[in-house]
Design a protein around this ligand. Structure first.
Ligand SMILES: Cc1cc2nc3c(=O)[nH]c(=O)nc-3n(C[C@H](O)[C@H](O)[C@H](O)COP(=O)(O)OP(=O)(O)OC[C@H]3O[C@@H](n4cnc5c(N)ncnc54)[C@H](O)[C@@H]3O)c2cc1C
Ligand code: SF4
Ligand code: SF4
Length: 478
């Protein structure tokens, strides 16, 4: 990985403080109850138990597999009553394990991941962040050579078994982590699965927007090729809602359908000047950057405070922008991006400005030239549970910029759904959280299209839950 782990004295001090805070853990178990990795690998991982073991005998934990299984989704941190940065506590210990050469736990964790995740190498780079634990890249690459869900021989054997099984056909719409997981789980159980994908390439956000410095695309594509060996049929450049409909899929004999179309619609910024040249959405910028087509400005301003904003800023910097700033309208404490992503971006040179909001995009001719901003202060709690940002009257100022990237959030595009499928107030598909079934019998949904923008590990959990419900549904049990 190009991204280098940083460990400044300040950072070390912060990690030690996190370890100190561990003494105030309530042992309430909310972290364990909300942990998606716990759901996938419950026999190997339990964050609350691991935290307790760290307090009792940290040296022993250094050799444990569980130390390496946390997937950095920060779900526990968001729900922990003591706001303990659980993944960062584990990271401090992971680094210690690396320094002392205790790498057996990491290798064991990879073996566990390989048994439960259909794309273990991609999962390792995106979710386990070995670079942050100071692991040597060559060591990780060589460990990942053996990380595969099934050997080539086993894939062939399973594909033949599936052909002979004569089970009902299943359609999966969308080939991101949720769709790929559901497709693999169902294929190995002998169901003929067809995946419909609107893009020319498979992999969802991992392919389209995840920066290559975080996930090399050859790693992802090799794992997708393995899935083809399982007998899964992939129909790329096929958009449900345009090339076919859910009704047509049913008429073609698909007895169950899994919708995993993600959250690819960018929210619009409602300020004057958004249509100027040089203003673009983060997903579009990251997609073009992955294709090698994006141009970058000299002074780039990214508007937003989530992980996508941070990725866009770091990508712009790598592409040669001289000055990259992120503007966020609340304070650091409210910033939705994972704290670790933010500190990595700052260490690389991204400037993050808090309590600032855009007011107007200014330009010369049709092109962007500057941004009029206004300072904000924090007021009472709003409906999101965070303090509402309020403009400070008369605090306007101008910031020069030749490229503005909008990263103020993404949401699912649900225009292709039949009216029988219920949608939540948040604009996501409503499902039964246990079965993942929608209000239309036989149609299931999961991943970002249900949760809104979330994480890879949560999409994997959704794909697994849906596959198991689809199997029971087709056998008449749901
Ligand atoms: C820039 C960026 C960085 C991220 N970094 C991380 C990270 O470090 N760690 C992490 O855990 N998560 C990260 N995420 C989030 C993660 O990528 C998503 O949570 C995850 O990919 C969601 O999986 P999914 O299968 O639900 O949907 P997606 O991965 O979004 O896949 C949906 C697929 O459905 C296809 N599709 C959509 N509509 C249709 C249609 N009508 N017909 C056919 N196909 C359709 C899309 O083309 C897409 O391929 C990141 C996301 C972004 C944007
Ligand atoms: S949620 Fe927080 S307080 Fe509760 S057990 Fe986990 S770390 Fe401790
Ligand atoms: S960060 Fe996510 S994976 Fe890690 S312990 Fe917390 S909930 Fe589990």
């Amino acid at each position: 990985m190009e991204s280098k782990a940083i460990e400044s004295p300040k950072e070390l001090q912060e990690q030690l403080l996190d370890m100190e805070k561990l003494k105030y853990c309530f042992e309430c178990g909310i972290c364990t109850a909300s942990c998606p990795v716990m759901e996938i690998t419950s026999n190997h991982y339990n964050p609350r138990v691991l935290l307790e073991q760290i307090l009792l005998d940290p040296d022993k934990v250094l050799k444990k597999e569980a130390l390496w299984l946390c997937a950095w989704c920060y779900r526990c941190y968001k729900r922990c009553p003591q706001r303990l940065k659980v993944p960062e506590i584990f990271l401090a210990l992971r680094k210690m394990a690396t320094r002392q050469g205790h790498l057996e736990g990491f290798n064991e964790a990879l073996r566990t991941v390989s048994r439960h995740v259909p794309f273990p190498a991609s999962y390792c780079w995106v979710c386990l962040h070995p670079e942050r634990s100071m692991l040597d890249r060559q060591f990780v690459e060589s460990a990942l050579q053996n990380a595969t869900r099934f050997s080539a021989k086993e894939r062939k054997r399973r594909a033949i078994l599936a052909q002979e099984a004569e089970r009902c056909k299943v359609a999966v719409i969308g080939s991101g982590p949720a769709g790929l997981t559901a497709a693999c789980e169902l294929a190995v159980e002998g169901f003929p699965v067809t995946v419909f994908e609107s893009m020319t390439k498979l992999g969802g956000m991992l392919q389209k927007c995840l920066p290559t410095y975080r996930l090399p695309k050859d790693v992802l594509n090799a794992e997708i090729e393995h899935m083809k060996d399982l007998g899964i049929e992939f129909r790329t450049s096929t958009t449900v809602g345009k090339d076919l409909t859910i009704g047509k899929l049913r008429r073609e004999g698909f007895k169950a359908i899994f919708i995993s179309t993600g959250a690819h619609k960018s929210r619009e910024l409602k300020v004057e000047g958004c249509n100027r040249e040089g203003v673009l959405h983060a997903l579009e910028f990251l997609k073009e950057a992955n294709l090698g087509n994006a141009n970058v400005g000299e002074k780039v301003v990214v508007i937003g405070g989530g992980n996508v904003a941070v990725d866009a800023a770091r990508t712009a910097l790598r592409m040669g922008a001289k000055d990259v700033a992120v503007l966020y309208r609340r304070s650091r404490e409210e910033m939705p991006a994972n704290p670790w992503e933010v500190s990595e971006a700052e260490a690389e040179g991204v400037k993050i400005h808090f309590l600032i909001s855009p007011k107007k995009i200014l330009g010369k001719n049709k092109r962007v030239a500057a941004l009029e901003c206004i300072k904000m202060s924090l007021g009472e709690l709003d409906e999101s549970g965070r303090r509402a940002p309020l403009p400070v009257e008369g605090s306007e100022f101008i910031m020069d910029s030749d490229m503005i990237i909008l990263a103020i959030g993404e949401m699912p595009n649900l225009t292709f759904l039949p009216k029988e499928i219920e949608i939540t107030e948040a604009g996501t598909i409503a499902v039964d959280p246990f079965t993942m079934e929608t209000s239309m019998p036989g149609v299931f949904a999961g991943g970002d299209v249900v949760l809104g923008p979330a994480t890879v590990v949560e999409a994997i959990v959704a794909g697994k839950r849906a596959a198991s419900s689809i199997e029971r549904y087709l056998e008449g049990e749901v």
